[in-house]
Design a protein around this ligand. Sequence first.
Ligand code: CP
Length: 312
Amino acid sequence: MKKYTNISDIKNFPKAIQEAIQLKKNPLEFSALGKHKTLGLLFFNSSLRTRLSTQKAALNLGMNPIVMNVSGDAWGIEFEDGTVMNGSTAEHIKEAAAVVSQYCDVIAVRAFPTLTDKEKDETEQVLKSFVKYASVPIVNMESATAHPLQGFTDAITITEHKKNNKPKVVLSWAPHTKALPHAVANSFVNAMQNMDVDFVMTHPKGYDLNPEIVGNTPVIYNQADALKDADFVYAKNWSSYSDYGKVLKTDSDWMITKEKLGDAKFMHCLPVRRNVVVEDAVLDSENSLVIQQANNRTFAAQWVLKTILSNL
Ligand code: CP
């Protein structure tokens, strides 16, 4: 594997899940693999889990992680070709990516969408520019349209906690006060499409994800119908894709409650707004897997870094 920008970069997904679960049992088994190798983590946006778990994964492999909050601390980066750079940007991505490649053996990047310019967001300009102009492998720590480290984590968590061979997994839209990206939902859909699960999505009308990602995955617009007999309920908010970046619904009808959840396990990528997305009674119950998910972020990242290091 030369890069990890999407779930599809993992060629044998079930095997990768099992290998990540093995890494979790002995996290320091490959602590010599990354010796004298540097991971650069570049954040254009905020993070708690991705930042710490990816550093932890690198440390478990013996790598040296170095972190930069690009938006706050670096020179403003220009991504357009042929621009007369007499505005706010001071450095072109051609130099920036090439320079960071001198210091790092692997570069991980987080860059969220604008949610105002659909066409631009779908070009994945920041992530793809790093892939194009860096001379080292790139890892996606959440881009405009994908969060593959999260999707891989979620697949690991479901595999660990499933009680039958083909669990029913429901991705349910849930309310939020702000316009949120589609990346987590997209990568969760990608991950579930690569697993042996009975997978359905539920969301209000107007919240359909990119049809190219949804493919043949069933969409049920009635949340109660979708949640029936669920083994796992994955809650996530996202803004409208068709009415791009808009918040069409904020009332609490779609919030996940203990009553709606029943005996199912609850999942969310975090951070989560309590009593907006999901009620306290769910997050504080034994049915919640959100902390186990957050823990698995380390082993998803570790599998990715280990695989990349093995191919350097
Ligand atoms: N789930 C997730 O990516 O968390 P952070 O935004 O805190 O990294």
